[in-house]
Design a protein around this ligand. Sequence first.
Ligand code: WTA
Length: 652
Amino acid sequence: MSEMKKPVYKPNREFAASARIKNMCEYETLQAWATEDYEGFWGHFAKEKITWQTPFDTVMDESDFPFVKWFGGGRLNVSVQCIDRHLQTRKNKAAIIFEGDRGDKQTITYMELHNSVNRFANMLKNEFGVRKGDRVVIYMPMIPEAAYAMLACARLGAIHSIVFGGFSAEALRDRIADAQAKVVITADGAYRKNKPYMLKPVVDKALEGDTPVEKVCVVERNGEEIVWVEGRDVSYSDLIVKQSIHCEPEIMESEDPLFLLYTSGSTGKPKGVQHNSAGYILWAQMTMEWVFDVKESDIYWCTADVGWITGHTYIVYGPLAMGATTVMFEGVPTYPDAGRPWKMVEEYRINQFYTAPTAIRVLHKMGNDEPKKYDLSSLKVLGTVGEPIDPPAWKWYYEDVGNSKCAIVDTYWQTETGGHIVSPLPGATPIKPGCATFPLPGIMAEILDPKTGEKVEAGEGGYMCVTRPWPAMIRGVWGDEERFKKSYFGDVKKEGRAVYFTGDGAVYDEDGYITITGRTDDVINVSGHRMGTAEVEAAINKHEGVAEVAVVGKPHDLKGEGIFSYVIMKNDTVTGRNMELTKEINNIIKQEIGNIALCDDIVFVPGLPKTRSGKIMRRILRAIAKGEAITQDISTLEDPSVVEKIQNAVNT
Ligand code: WTA
């Protein structure tokens, strides 16, 4: 990050005048309210925003910290919040606008969404015996049925666990086993760049051998031939037509689980991040309203996949909870050309557009002049998420896409935070390129010194923490209380009390603006997707010739970070690059995790830089991967000469 003072862009007056939070004075008033009367603040919004079946009697219960309970005594159903409550005023409004890879289009009104979700819920209940608390795995492409499946689970109180369609059979098997899911909802496949690709065969493979899964529901999307397992597989189109459009919503306690989403940590296997009903949906809706400022007739588009948290909160739950129109897109943004998103913005008159920096970099590189070809004047808010955005990408987004009039909301958050925690407010926050700016109202986010637990001064890096529990925070790691405590509440204490640590480093500038500097742990961020180096290492270790491996992230022009692996072979005569072995190892990664974890570079080395206690010094490996000179003291290494040998191997 350059030390140059960043320019400040003032909010566009035209949009600011009607924004929900109009200026920094209003922002500060809200934040002061939350600081002085935390429970009063959250209680007020919970009452105002949620359609309760039974009102709550307590706001927050921290007596069993870090296991915190919100809105005790309250009862609701999230599908009612997202659908039923809108029917009186919005039944003919578009809830979802779907565009397929090949340009096929479908508009689903709130009434139609209601009917489809109720039918889906009845199917799960009547045909598969799904009940409150059961786990349902969803392995789907980006089609409306994925959203129906999520909301149908919510209607029944079943806990969904979506597995991103790019994950392999092994990865799917692990997640099914960990959640002990009884049903899998999938599709035959879908389309990508005008060609069919398959999902069902991956499910078949994941269910080989022992499995808790009793039924697989298959939605037909591309009509390609698939294997059918009698007694287990059922056709969605056959069953759904028989179902009634009335399904009584299961009335849930505020803290009943809504979903699990597996995500990578710094060690071990991915963990099942658990989110519960009331707190999650409240914050999904509030951030939708504040951060995107979506108006009643606006059209909002988030390009994420429902397999990630961004798709959960900002394609499905957030937009629908507030009664907005959300666009769902099956395809890739660069097909048939890098003007596709801008063409869609023009066609649907999209007002808010939300994507990842990696997509912006690719669209910029492949289609610098594409935005000029379309009428993008409907755009008001442009969002980014998933990784730090670099100034050239920011500038192009702001000037060429947003015509220097839109607010850029650089939203910082994580799977675990449920929704945004640090972000500009469009119309209110003067923005600076690459800055997530300030904590949202109600979020007590601070950059702390990990040793003293005190807030750091401007310019000093520290750990991005949240010092008070908030409604949408992670409620647990599925089946592993200890891991939950250790992963998030072990590292930093403020005034003697454990606080939530995000795993990210951050820094304040002289105006108090927050810039996220990246992970402080062994998690890397590849094209905005979180990947644990330990997971990739475990996959590589399955190659029978491999003796030892260490994986690090290396800056990459388009992906943000690429995956760089150092491998010691049992037959240690292999050093430098080796095409054949690289292919073999990447094939194993493809099977174990999926294409998203393929290594960009694998270097075969004679040893790894280890301390005398056997710890691998990853900082040295990261520096070598970047081609940087080694400045740190290497005399404490067990064998300091290994550094030069590794450098030689990398440079051959
Ligand atoms: C990173 C995605 C910089 C961060 C919503 C975090 C960001 C991880 C930003 C979470 C941002 C997310 N600026 N870095 N605006 N947003 N990150 O769980 O490292 O897939 O910890 O959630 O992405 O990734 P996850």
